[in-house]
Design a protein around this ligand. Structure first.
Ligand code: GLU
Length: 493
């Protein structure tokens, strides 16, 4: 292990501004995998200094999402750690002290322009054909004057003094040397008028205080990195290494959103995805194992994860692939495992009444029937509901080729008779049911699809079901007969 791969400490630092989305969880996953691979530490830090954008409940959902994906962290707001607190709003004193230190060293200064004055200034800059950034209005004003202004109650922020020329460069461990023109960066705010830090200041201080060795974060933060490096420089502290992860786009190459079928992690949880499958899929968003084998468990991913495998160009979110991978994971589960998982899923995703109707012992027979057909757990209940709750098929569903309703009545009565015979003979195996129905169908000279379709519609109340003969065996011939009779009555009336 090379020297800089010892004492790995990485962090996932979400802002609680909404439910955790795929991009955020991808960042968490890659940080987690990197920490695991090098026996380092993975830290959760909540960056909640922008109170205006904070959304209630999102910290809880971020933690729930991480727990569901089993991205266990070693230090974090709810579990503590030696270098906490891990919620930025609890650390404001640290940021304030550092901001003042930066003023003392001449690398930052106060500014008392009100938001209205600032926007007027921006308008003036734009009409003069200049960039709309801050124009350095308070850069050379005296500290005394600005302190006086603050005492009088003017909203006062602290801005970093960015060199007017020169370049800031850093080596992104995947992308190589990246250079930024400092003249294009204005004197940005590091501490807001409410006394809270901006993202830039808090992020840098915490990465330093929490001894972060590598920052793996989304590409959208690249342009912030030179700002951060300047703060590191002014504070005379060594920055961590940086690796920026590619953007995630929808298929139309625009920023990923709900429109592209992307859901929040909480929604994925509810929609019946398996966390292991989602983890596998997210691993492939912007990283590749460089082989055709894309199905890998988390241990294999940890083993293979490296910076070389990261792509530089945006990755494209493909909901069909996610669903395919989920199907692969479902099919690879043991029947008993899938049975337990399905039962739990049904418990939290069906109504009380529906759940009460589910006979768990029947699931043992039902699950193998549907395992090959489903791609996510939310497809289970619609497929198996009929085993427990009978829904009458509509009259339109009582069709059989071009037969009229009196002919259909005869056909149904015939099926009922056949099933009655089977009940008497006490043989209800699906092979026997199949034999009987195929023979009958031949005698009647109907299209098998039409004939079985009619029976299925009556027995299951649905046009889609697991394999019919097995379904009838599990449901029980007596129940099937009673349902066929109900449809027959319906036709007669
Ligand atoms: N709070 C930032 C976010 O919400 C963190 C960015 C970073 O990792 O530096 O993504």
């Amino acid at each position: 292990m090379s020297e800089n791969m010892k004492n790995i400490r990485v962090r996932f630092a979400p802002s609680p501004t909404g439910d955790p989305h795929l991009g955020a969880m991808r960042t968490a996953l890659f940080n987690w995998a990197f920490a695991k691979k090098y026996k380092g530490k993975f830290i959760l830090r909540i960056e909640d200094t922008d109170k205006k954008r904070q959304v209630k409940g999102s910290i809880k959902n971020i933690i729930e999402g991480l727990k569901w994906l089993e991205l266990d962290y070693d230090e974090g707001p709810d579990i503590g750690g030696d270098l906490g607190p891990y919620t930025q709003s609890e650390r404001s004193e640290i940021y304030l002290n550092t901001a003042n230190k930066l003023i003392d060293s001449g690398n930052a200064y106060m500014c008392d322009l009100t938001p209205e004055e600032l926007s007027k200034m921006r308008e003036r800059q734009i009409s003069a054909g200049k960039a709309p950034g801050y124009n350095g209005y308070s850069r050379n004003r005296s500290r005394e004057e600005l302190e006086e202004s603050k005492r009088k109650g003017k909203p006062t922020v602290i801005r970093l003094k960015v060199p007017l020329s020169g370049q800031m460069e850093f080596q992104d461990l995947r992308r190589g040397i990246m250079k930024f023109d400092l003249s294009k960066i204005d004197d940005f705010v590091i501490l807001k008028a409410d006394g809270l830090p901006t993202y830039h200041l808090a992020n840098v201080i915490d990465d330093h205080k929490m001894k972060i060795s590598h920052v793996l974060r989304g590409e959208e933060w690249i342009s912030s990195t030179p700002k951060h490096l300047l703060i590191y420089k002014y504070l005379d502290i060594t920055p961590p290494d940086f690796i920026h992860l590619p953007l995630i786009f929808g298929k139309d190459k625009t920023k990923l959103s709900k429109r592209h079928g992307a859901k929040s992690i909480i929604e994925y949880k509810e929609s019946g995805l398996l966390p292991s499958a989602l983890k596998n899929y997210i691993a492939l968003l912007g990283w590749s194992p460089r082989s055709d084998e894309e199905i890998m468990n988390q241990h294999q991913f940890i083993e293979m994860f490296d910076f070389e495998g990261l792509s530089i160009s945006p990755s494209i979110f493909d909901p069909e692939k996610l669903s395919w991978i989920n199907g692969v994971y479902i099919r690879s589960m043991k029947d008993s495992e899938l049975e337990d998982l399905s039962y739990k899923y049904l418990q939290s995703n069906t109504s009380k009444k529906e759940f009460a109707a589910i006979d768990k012992s029947k699931l043992t027979d039902i699950i193998p029937l549907i395992k090959e057909r489903i791609k996510s757990l939310d497809e289970i209940f619609p497929l198996i509901k009929f085993f427990f709750i009978h829904e009458m098929p509509s009259i339109e569903m009582l069709k059989c080729g071009n037969k009229d309703s009196s002919e259909i009545e005869v056909i149904l009565q015939d099926v009922i008779n056949e099933f009655e015979n089977l009940v008497h003979s006490k043989d209800s195996r699906h092979q026997i049911i199949e034999q009987v129905l195929r023979k009958k169908n031949e005698e009647l000279g109907l299209k098998l699809r039409d004939y079985l379709g009619l029976i299925r519609n009556c027995v299951t109340g649905s046009t889609i079901s697991p394999p019919l003969f097995e379904s009838i065996e599990i449901l029980g011939l007596k129940e099937a007969i009673s349902r066929l009779n109900l449809s027959l009555d319906n036709l007669k009336n």
